[in-house]
Structures are given as C-alpha cells and as structure tokens.
Design a protein around this ligand. Structure first.
Ligand SMILES: Nc1ncnc2c1ncn2[C@@H]1O[C@H](COP(=O)(O)OP(=O)(O)OP(=O)(O)O)[C@@H](O)[C@H]1O
Ligand SMILES: [Mg+2]
Length: 287
C-alpha cells in the first residue's frame, strides 16, 4: 500500500499548503511507496490574492521541488494542498520550453491556433502582449507570426524567457509560479514585466536568487531546509515593507515640495530678517 496520505483540493482564491512535506520521488519501486529524500518535513503557508511572495533559499534546497508539489507533479505525501483550478494558475519553469511550431505557437502554448481563434483572441492582442515583454520587434524580424523555426536555436536566452512570460500574459491566470524564469533578462525589462504582471492582477509566487525582485513582493519565504539546526521550522515567512500607494506617493511628493520651498525661499527670508533685527538691536545699543 502507498504511503501517500495527503489531499489536494481545488479552491478559488489561494495557494495553500498545510503540513505538507517536500519529498523527492525515489527511483526504485519499493521506496516509491515510502517516498525518498525529505527536503522539508512540513510546510504550512498560504498565498492569498495579491500576496505576491518571493521564495528564496540556496541551490538544491527544494524551491523547484516545492513548485512541483504545488503543480501536482510530485505527490502530496501528507497534509493538504489547496490550489486554484488549472486554468487559474500558471507555471513557468527554470528552463524555457519552446514547442515546435510557429512564432504564434510560442506565445499561445499550450493553446493551438484553432483554440486561440475560438476564444476570440486576436493578433493585435498578441502584439500588445509582446510589447509588454519588449519583443515587439520579433514578428517583423522573423517574417510574421506564421513563421516556423527551431526557436530554441534562434532566440537568445533572454528572448526565450520573455516569450515564456508573454505566454503568461496571454493566458491571464489569477496565480503564477515563476521559477527563476527571468534570470537572463536585464533588470530594467524584468522590472517592467513584473509591474505589468501585477497590474494584470496576477498573484505571483516567484522563486529567485535576485534580491532586486523583492520590491515587487509583499512577503518573502526563505527555505533553509536541511541546513536548519535542531527542531526549528525549515523555512521562514516574513512580511516585506509595502510599496507606497499612489496616494501616499502624492502626499509625500507634496510634503517634499513644501519643504524645498521653505528651504529655498522662506529660510533665506528669515535669515535676512534675523540679520536686520540684529543690526537694529546693535544700533540701538550703541546709541
Ligand atoms: N527528479 C529528481 N530525482 C531525484 N532528485 C531530485 C529530483 N529533482 C530534484 N532532486 C534533488 O532535490 C534537491 C532539491 O532540488 P530543487 O531542484 O528543488 O532545488 P532548488 O532549490 O530549486 O535549487 P536551484 O536554486 O539550484 O534551482 C536537489 O538535491 C536535487 O538534486
Ligand atoms: Mg530550482
């Protein structure tokens, strides 16, 4: 009998693990019933809508493995996994996958062209998606969306990752698990892609080694895994400072303007007045 006792439930608005271990699937048949190497004994955390969470930790600690459990590729040995239905959650892996097919197929995968048309999606829409990932030049350079090539050989590392990001914009999921999938993209473009994703209402679970991405997230989950000493939890979830809202930014800008005005105009006026008063006083004293 198998030792897989966990359950997976489809929910509306969150990704949550309750006491779920991260276990590498073993290769031999006997231990397949028992599970293999335990990376994290028990994970409990939930990501609700807009709780963009950055997941970090050393190489080989279990970040991609956690993504595989959330994606249902690895078993939930114990506890409970709650995930939205598959059309509401999107996964981008560490290695960009480019299917055989046209340039259009790269953006709409796993949709076919027939599915794209049936869904009423247009080429103009694909262009605006490519603009978001700074690949607007690609259809022109490659001779249109129908062009078929060995895309994995034609596109640069950063272009491949941006195409995969475009795929996420095309599918418009409510949640996305992004596993180190922008490490070949320059930081400025990466920032703009993240801003667009958040604006599109996608809740992000980002696995990355880049601290610069922290600014797009509200929480950080650090996995310490096997490095953890004693009975400490093998991960740490912390809240990050919230980015300022538009209203807060405007209020601070107004305050800065007022302070500058005071420093540049009023303070020199006060100084002049002080000098006048001092001069008057010393004149009266010497009378
Ligand atoms: N299919 C597999 N079979 C056996 N071992 C695996 C398998 N997948 C991962 N592992 C092992 O599990 C451990 C965790 O791997 P994982 O890919 O989750 O690390 P990671 O935290 O994503 O690291 P990185 O930052 O390098 O991407 C590693 O020791 C890895 O070798
Ligand atoms: Mg990984």
């Amino acid at each position: 009998m198998s030792n897989v006792h966990g359950e997976t439930c489809t929910v509306d608005n969150r990704v949550a693990l309750t006491e779920v271990p991260i276990v590498v699937p073993p290769t031999d048949t006997l231990s397949q019933l028992e599970g293999g190497d335990v990376l994290v004994k028990s994970f409990t955390f939930a990501v609700g809508e807009n709780e963009h969470t950055l997941i970090s930790g050393g190489n080989g600690i279990g970040k991609t493995s956690l993504a595989r459990v959330i994606a249902g590729l690895w078993p939930v040995w114990q506890g409970k996994l709650e995930v939205p239905e598959s059309s509401d959650i999107f996964y981008l892996s560490q290695r960009a996958y480019l299917p055989i097919g046209s340039l259009r197929d790269q953006v709409i995968y796993p949709h076919s062209y027939a599915q794209m048309k049936a869904a009423g999606r247009t080429e103009a829409e694909l262009m605006s998606i490519l603009e978001k990932v700074h690949l607007l030049y690609l259809p022109g350079r490659e001779g249109g969306f129908d062009t078929r090539k060995e895309w994995k050989d034609v596109l640069s590392g950063g272009e491949k990752q941006r195409i995969c990001f475009a795929r996420m914009f095309y599918h418009r999921p409510r949640f996305a698990v992004l596993d180190d999938c922008t490490n070949a993209v320059s930081s400025d473009v990466e920032d703009r892609m993240y801003e667009s994703a958040i604006q599109a209402g996608i809740t992000l679970l980002t696995i990355t080694h880049r601290p610069s991405l922290l600014r797009h997230h509200v929480r950080q989950l650090i996995i310490t895994g096997k490095e953890t000493v004693g009975s400490q939890p093998q991960y740490n979830l912390t809240s990050l400072a919230q980015p300022a809202t538009e209203h807060e930014r405007q209020t601070l800008d107004a305050e800065i303007k007022q302070l500058r005005r005071t420093l540049e105009i009023e303070v020199p006026e006060w100084k002049t007045r002080l000098n006048q008063v001092n001069a008057d006083l010393s004149g009266k004293r010497s009378m």
